[in-house]
Design a protein around this ligand. Sequence first.
Ligand SMILES: [Zn+2]
Length: 334
Amino acid sequence: MSTLSHVHQLFSTDTCHAYLRTLRWKDRPLQCPHCHSQAIGPWGTYHYRPGFKRYRCKACGRTFNDLTKTLFAQSQRSLSHWIVATFLLCLACSSRRIARELGRHVRTSYRWCWWLRNVALSYEMDRHLEGTIEADELYHTAGKKGQATQGGKKHLGRRPRRRRKKREPGRGHYNKDRPAIIAWVSRQGAVVVQAVRDFTVSTVQKAADLAVQKGSRLYTDSASSYQALKGYLHAYVNHTKKEYARGEVHENRAECLFSLLKPFLRVFRGISKANLPGYLGFFQFLRNSRSQNAFQQAELILYAALDPAIASRARKGEFVQCFDHFSLLQTPIN
Ligand SMILES: [Zn+2]
């Protein structure tokens, strides 16, 4: 056997396909993806795709296979590419790194990562925290990376900046390319991470209402936006007086979460503010499934990607839109 340059070459097509077939029909009834009828019969195989089973629906007469209407349907690349890409995504690799490891073009890998992240967000849609919750905020530099307003020669609409986006003085704000990130960490284990435009009282109140159940116990630092929150049992520690914990009142878990979030975001070498909510949502998914190893997390994503309804919404980016709190939490201008 010759030596290999990419790990997916070790995977056999039949194993990958049998694995995804098991995953697709594991908890779902074998039904027609076109009309949802369960009157199904076998309908031979594909001569150009060994191992692929074909089925025929007796109700609508159309044929389908195990991948019809899933995220992997009609992909030019083999399933082993998809499985390795999902695994590397769960190890927090950037899309450029994944492209290198697969030997594929960066644009392919970027598109796949975008879809797979969307699929992962489907698990985080109705995440509501209750019990005892810690909160903390962070400002993260996020500009307009990779966004040309027109095709062809890349037009930035501004002077190109130097190696790193320099931050402006003062508090961060969406309009200053430095939006705020709020982390809500439940002491029962779950987390919610949100990117918001600013850190005003009304924004924080709306963000809290989205993330936290009313009446929960909330521990924060002494920022005035937290002190104005209504509907929660609130206690805070005063960092300016060097008070970091008072009995069980502290926010060390929330600060610890940021120490994990920062290296996670650093891998991408700058994120545009348009994409920041999607990356944060994926980090939230990884944290909330942290009891599992990276391949089990990848399996969760693959399982959801095999659902036709989730796959079509993920391709349109609908899940990320629900995570985009920039417009949702925008304070109306009077
Ligand atoms: Zn049918």
